[in-house]
Design a protein around this ligand. Structure first.
Ligand code: TA6
Length: 278
């Protein structure tokens, strides 16, 4: 199985790291800034095991195996080695591309032919494009997400703008459907799927004196997650003292927003992260 393979990016505008397993971006640090993505110090770094942090690629299902057959949570794409497509430095940053195509192992888990292509731009802003292609002769339904772990000074002091008025399913309360009132603050374990949500989210972080913006196209679901104390204690790849430093704001197409692609059809989702200094 060997070790994990990494792609390191160092340009004038930013540094970054991508793991070939899962095409998982694990670092984006704009020049003269602190890292923007959280990566657990306890993360497993073994082939086939999910990395806790950065931006995991969720495909072809979100969450537990929908058929309860014991297949991996959040799908298999993040556990498989993707093929690098090359690295290119340009005026707006360094671009990295990777691809995952169906194979015997994926077909045994999910009987559809597909291609995933991920393109990351490491610049003063960060852009991630995930293309899903149906390479088969029949339509398929899939869920996708870019499961972004943001690094924050203290999750208890951040203010999350841009969700007001949206409806979410509370994963901690039997998927009860709730309307978000306004600015979201985290004061306990939080696990919410906002549906039909396409707006920009701003994470205002007074500790780090910065605001992270999350803009997206091709995504109708937004997930907000923080494990807080008890769930963190149940995760062996997240240290007990790490939960205040992370906040997941994920962009995808989940549940009622899931994708159905016809033969040959390609869907693109783009997420753009920006930084404003307070
Ligand atoms: O982010 C939403 C979520 O589905 C949470 O319920 C939690 O399970 C998280 O993803 C992490 O999942 P993972 O399989 O990476 O431990």
């Amino acid at each position: 199985m060997g070790d994990l393979q990494w792609i390191h990016v160092a340009g004038p505008l930013a540094e970054g790291v991508v793991c070939e397993q899962g095409a998982q971006v694990c670092d984006w640090t704009p020049t003269e800034e602190a890292p923007v993505l959280f990566l657990s110090g306890a993360s497993r770094m073994e082939p086939g095991q999910p990395i806790r942090g950065g931006i995991p690629v969720v495909f072809p299902w979100f969450g537990e195996d929908p058929e309860r057959r014991g297949r991996p949570a959040h799908g298999f794409a993040r556990r498989m080695p993707w093929r690098p497509l090359g690295t290119e430095e340009g005026p707006d940053g360094v671009r990295v591309g990777l691809e995952l195509v169906d194979d015997e192992a994926s077909l045994a888990l999910w009987p559809h032919r597909f291609a995933l292509r991920l393109h990351a731009l490491f610049g003063a802003a960060f852009e991630l494009r995930l293309e899903v292609e149906n390479r088969g002769a029949a339509p398929f339904r899939c869920e996708t997400a870019l499961h972004t772990y943001l690094e924050v000074g203290d999750v208890r002091s951040v203010a999350i703008h841009g969700l007001g008025g949206a409806e979410y399913l509370d994963q901690l309360d039997g998927l009860r459907r709730v309307q978000e009132a306004g600015i979201l603050r985290i004061d306990g374990e939080t696990d919410r799927i906002y549906h039909g949500h396409e707006a920009r989210v701003l994470v205002e972080d007074p500790e780090f004196r910065r605001t992270i913006s999350i803009e997206k196209t091709g995504s109708r679901s937004t997930v907000v997650w923080n494990p807080w104390v008890e769930k963190t204690a149940r995760l062996d790849d997240l240290d007990d003292e790490e939960w205040p430093m992370m906040l997941c704001v994920e962009s995808g197409n989940i549940g009622e927003d899931a994708l159905t692609l016809g033969p040959g059809e390609v869907h693109a989702m783009v997420v753009r992260l920006g930084l404003d200094r307070a």
